[in-house]
Design a protein around this ligand. Structure first.
Ligand SMILES: [Zn+2]
Length: 687
């Protein structure tokens, strides 16, 4: 027996009253989308009732089909019954149990004997690969290289399950001895195998350097862009002995300076007034007060952190000066044209594109300052203090969400873009691939780890129900969506997506959620809160991070000009870069000159210019969203194609797939337009 039922895009959203309101609305009443689990359970019961009614009204089938042709699903009655039962059970269990992820697709448990077996198989594959290819890669023909790359992918796939499982188990429960043991065991194995197979990258580099024409061979078409990237890198490789020496010296050189910064920061104690009460807190704790609702608590936290760090300024400046000087020396030895070039190669982009980007952001500072001035007005201040930039607005509603409300909101937001585009999101919830429960021993922050073999991903987040948490979830689910498309269309080697592209679907997810929430906001206060949330985020990611790029450039310029980077010189570089963005729209405490001391990224050995990829990603996706609004549904397949490309083409080519030319000097203005749109929306309410 067959019946026809209309499902909305939401996982819980079986709402037939949309399809035949004249029959069902009066009977059903309204079950809000944001219903709590108990209400969801009762909605499932209502569904049984609806199905019965709907069954009686079968003559409406044709009418519904004509309106909702591509959204009609056919179910057998028994399937439907099972669906409703599962919904009731699931709704009940979600209300009783916290949301943690299910890793059994990888291994059944941390003590699963399959883990040992998988480790043995990985070792065997690595041994076989070494035996077959060590010392021989430079002699391979295109056909033989194809086999070599495929064998490397097979090894990566096999080993990927183990590294993923151990890192996820550890991140979820870092204090459990068994997760620590496995993580340690796999970490050591990774290092050993990395050393064993280090010849692969070196020999592959030598092969393409000697035979660059091989990259064009049709046999290697799938790996063309990967080989182009290898060729670009190989120019800067040193001999094997020199590379080994670098690693050995870095261990107690720049790595030591990096360690000093983080150890120093994390062993300080800060005296701070919290709501008028004096407390002594660790860096992590006091850092959490920087966006506290109470203004004087924020002031105290800022002054306490940067006052103390500034007093230790000589230590931080010694650390940063040595790391940066080392990098200038290394860059020369590796024949990079500038200290920035290495990061350009890693990000698969070029200097011209990035200079245009930074220039465009600088051109948009007045727009950003317009927002900062409006925010000052909303906070009842003549001008914002540095401690107000990302502060919550006083008197605005504090929006809170249950996990299910977040799930529903995000699913709806993604579905509005395109029903099928939301499939990855729905699957992530349905398969329990999200660990959202805040608990002791769980890693801070949030991440999305791709699961290539399962064509999926796993997300970790500590969900406390704030608006920020919902945005983080929408962001991470964007990464999962990117993985969903790329893993279905690319081989493992083409999953090495550079960070300027890797944030495409995640930032798009935030934008989809923003527009969905703004349109559905019930009050001006709600709309204001959402708008300020997104504007604060972009302000930090695109504008403040641009100041950090200028700061880093200024440090290297100083060294090249043989200027000594003492504490005050470094502070001057920071405040000048910062003021290029904020102008007179923000007043700074004098202690804030030491703000650079706490940013671990500046101190990461051999990892320079971590910053501009964030600016690129933000502005690229804002431009892309603007294009989507212009083109509507025609844009959707282009985006899917771009995400499906993984790293098989360059970021420039990815832009072209969605008809965006990132090399055009005017391109980046399109992203600023979207940013300004949110400010205009806020001005409509408050000006
Ligand atoms: Zn991200």
């Amino acid at each position: 027996m067959i019946i026809y039922v209309y499902f909305t895009n939401s996982i819980y959203g079986f709402t037939p009253f949309f399809t035949i309101p004249h029959i069902l609305c009066p009977l059903l009443g309204h079950v809000p989308a944001s219903a709590a689990p108990n209400a969801i359970a009762s909605r499932a019961v209502l569904r049984v009732f609806v199905i019965c009614l709907f069954f009686v009204e079968r003559e409406y089938k044709r009418e519904i089909e004509s309106v909702w042709r591509d959204r009609i699903f056919i179910f057998s009655l028994s399937d439907l019954f099972m669906y409703v039962c599962t919904q009731v059970v699931e709704a009940k269990s979600l209300s009783d149990h916290p949301v943690t992820w299910n890793l059994t697709e990888l291994f059944s448990s941390i003590t699963d004997p399959q883990i040992g077996q998988a480790i043995a198989e990985s070792k065997a594959l690595a041994d076989k690969f070494e035996k077959t290819y060590r010392g021989k890669i430079t002699e391979l023909s295109a056909q033989q290289l194809l086999l070599c790359l495929q064998e490397m992918e097979a090894f990566t796939l096999q080993f990927g399950d183990i590294t993923l499982y151990s890192s996820l188990s550890f991140a979820a429960n870092m204090t459990l001895p068994e997760t620590q043991t496995l993580n340690d065991r796999v970490g050591k194995l990774e290092a050993a195998i990395g050393k064993q197979l280090a010849f692969y990258a070196l020999e592959l580099g030598a092969l393409v350097k000697a035979n660059p024409q091989m990259i064009q061979e049709s046999t290697l078409a799938n790996y063309k862009h990967m080989l182009e990237r290898v060729l670009r890198r190989v120019e800067h490789q040193l001999s094997e002995v020199e590379e080994q020496l670098m690693i050995e010296k870095d261990q107690f050189g720049v790595n030591g300076w990096e360690e000093l910064q983080s150890k120093w920061l994390n062993t300080r104690l800060f005296e701070v007034m919290v709501n008028g009460e004096k407390k002594t807190l660790s860096y992590g704790e006091v850092n959490g007060l920087l966006s506290h609702p109470d203004r004087s608590t924020r002031e105290s936290a800022n002054r306490s952190i940067y006052g103390l760090l500034g007093r230790d300024g000589e230590i931080f400046s010694a650390s940063l000066r040595n790391i940066c000087n080392d990098w200038v020396t290394v860059s020369k030895r590796r024949k990079y044209s500038s200290p920035m070039e290495s990061s350009m190669i890693a990000n698969d982009t070029n200097q011209g594109i990035i200079e245009n980007l930074l220039h465009a952001v600088e051109g948009g500072v007045e727009t950003y300052r317009r927002y900062l001035k409006l925010k000052a007005k909303l906070m009842g201040l003549p001008v914002l203090g540095n401690h107000d930039i990302v502060a919550p607005l006083p008197g605005m509603p504090e929006l809170t969400f249950s996990f299910h409300q977040a799930q529903e909101l995000i699913t709806q937001a993604y579905s509005r873009f395109d029903t099928q585009y939301a499939d990855a999101v729905k699957e992530m919830f349905a398969k329990n691939h999200i660990d959202a429960q805040p608990r002791f021993g769980k890693r801070n922050g949030a991440f999305c780890a791709g699961y290539y073999k399962g064509k999926s991903a796993f997300i970790l987040e500590s969900f406390n129900g704030t608006l920020g948490d919902v945005f983080i979830m929408a962001h991470e689910l964007g990464h999962a969506t990117h993985d969903w498309y790329a893993s279905r269309n690319q081989t493992p080697i083409n999953m090495a997506i550079p960070s300027i592209v890797a944030e495409t679907a995640s930032i798009l997810g935030e934008l989809l959620l923003t527009d969905h929430m703004i349109e559905n906001a019930k009050t001006e206060g709600e709309r204001t809160t959402v708008l300020c949330h997104i504007l604060d985020e972009v302000g930090m990611t695109a504008f403040q991070v641009t100041a950090r790029v200028w700061f880093e450039q200024a440090l290297y310029d100083s060294i090249i000009k043989e200027e000594f980077l003492d504490y005050h010189t470094i502070c001057r570089h920071w405040t000048q870069s910062r003021d290029r963005i904020f102008g007179s729209a923000v007043e700074w405490f004098p202690e804030m000159e030491a703000e650079w001391t706490m940013k671990p990224h500046y101190f990461m050995a051999n990892y320079r210019f971590y910053n501009y990829p964030y600016v690129y990603a933000q502005m690229f996706v804002y431009a892309l969203y603007e294009r989507y609004l212009q083109e509507g549904k025609l844009f959707v397949p282009k985006l899917k194609k771009a995400l499906s490309s993984g790293s098989s083409v360059s970021p420039l080519e990815i832009g072209k797939i969605v008809d965006l030319d990132v090399a055009d000097s005017n391109f980046w203005k399109l992203g600023l337009k979207r940013f300004e749109h949110f400010i205009i929306e806020l001005e409509k309410i408050h000006v």
